[in-house]
Design a binder for this molecule. Structure first.
Ligand code: ADP
Ligand code: MG
Length: 266
C-alpha cells in the first residue's frame, strides 16, 4: 500500500463527544483497526491526556518519547511522533498526561487552534501514504477538541445508547458550527454512531428511534453492541480484531468501516 507517488491527502476524522465514557476511544481504536484490516493506511492521533488509545494499542508510557503534546507545543517533527503498532497498516501518535497542560500553555499562541491542522500537513506525512487519520478526542470541548475539529475533514460522534444520550449533542453541534464559521468551513459531520447498544433493553431501542428521527441519515446504519470483549481487549493491549476476531464487537467495527467507505462513494 505504500505508493509514494500518489498525491491524494488522507481523510482526517475527529471522534468527538464531550461526554466521557461514550465509546470515543473504543471506536477510534477499532474503527482504525478495521480500516487497516481492509488495507487502508491509518494513523490514530491520541488527543486525550489520559492516553487510553495509546495504551490500548500497546504503546508503553516509556515508549512515548515524542507525543501529541510535543507536536502541538514543541517543535518536534511529525516523523518522530509517529509510532508503529502491532497492527499492520496502523500507526499512532501517542499521548501522555503532559497534554493536559496544553490548553493553558497555548492560550497566548495566536495559532493555538491550528496547531494540529498544521502539524498534520507537514510534507513529511506524504511518506506514510496515509488513507485515514483518526483523532481520538478528550471528553471536553476544550482547545484540544477544537484543534481536532479545525484539522479534520469530518467528525464521528459516538452516542452511548442510554438515557440522556442526546443531551449535550446540541452543544457539540454548536461547537461544530462555530468551527465552521471561524476556521474550517468544510468541516462535515461524518455520522453519529450508536455504541454499547443492548438489544434486550427497550431504552437502547428508544435512543435509536430518537436519534434516527432527529438526525436521520446522519446516524450510521451500523450499531455497536454492548460486548464485553470490547472492554477487555485494551487491557491486553489489543484491538478487538486481534483479541477476538469473531466477536460481535469485531463484526460491528468491520461493518462500520465498510459503511464509512461506502458512504464516501456517494
Ligand atoms: P470514551 O473514550 O468516550 O471515554 P471509552 O471508549 O473509553 O469511552 O469507553 C468507556 C468504557 O466503556 C470503557 O471501559 C470501554 O471499554 C467500555 N466500552 C466502550 N464501548 C463498549 C461496548 N460497545 N461494549 C462494552 N463496553 C464498551
Ligand atoms: Mg477516551
Amino acid at each position: 500500500m505504500s505508493d509514494l507517488s500518489r498525491t491524494t491527502q488522507p481523510k482526517i476524522i475527529a471522534v468527538a463527544n464531550q461526554k466521557g465514557g461514550v465509546g470515543k476511544t473504543t471506536t477510534s481504536i477499532n474503527l482504525a483497526a478495521a480500516l487497516a484490516e481492509l488495507g487502508r493506511n491509518v494513523l490514530l492521533v491520541d488527543l486525550d491526556p489520559q492516553g487510553n488509545a495509546s495504551t490500548g494499542l500497546g504503546i508503553e508510557p516509556d515508549e512515548r518519547n515524542v507525543t501529541t503534546y510535543d507536536l502541538l507545543v514543541g517543535e518536534e517533527s511529525l516523523f518522530d511522533a509517529i509510532h508503529k503498532t502491532t497492527v499492520e497498516n496502523l500507526l499512532v501518535i501517542p499521548a501522555t498526561t503532559d497534554l493536559s497542560s496544553a490548553d493553558i500553555e497555548l492560550i497566548s499562541n495566536e495559532k493555538r487552534s491550528f496547531l494540529l491542522h498544521d502539524a498534520l500537513r507537514q510534507p513529511a506525512i506524504d511518506a506514510f501514504a496515509l488513507d485515514y487519520i483518526i483523532i481520538d478526542c478528550p471528553p471536553s470541548l476544550n482547545l484540544l477538541t477544537i484543534n481536532a475539529m479545525v484539522a479534520a475533514d469530518s467528525v464521528i460522534v459516538p452516542l452511548q445508547s442510554e438515557f440522556y444520550a442526546l443531551e449535550g449533542l446540541s452543544q457539540l453541534m454548536l461547537t461544530i458550527r462555530e468551527v465552521r464559521l471561524t476556521a474550517n468551513p468544510d468541516l462535515a459531520i461524518e455520522g453519529v454512531v450508536l455504541t454499547m447498544y443492548d438489544r434486550r433493553n427497550n431504552l437502547s431501542q428508544q435512543v435509536e428511534d430518537d436519534a434516527r428521527e432527529n438526525l436521520r441519515d446522519l446516524v450510521f446504519k451500523t450499531v455497536i453492541p454492548r460486548n464485553v470483549r470490547l472492554s477487555e481487549a485494551p487491557s491486553f493491549a489489543m484491538t478487538i480484531l486481534e483479541y477476538d476476531p469473531q466477536s460481535r464487537g469485531s463484526q460491528a467495527y468491520r461493518e462500520l468501516a465498510e459503511e464509512l467507505i461506502e458512504r464516501e462513494k456517494t
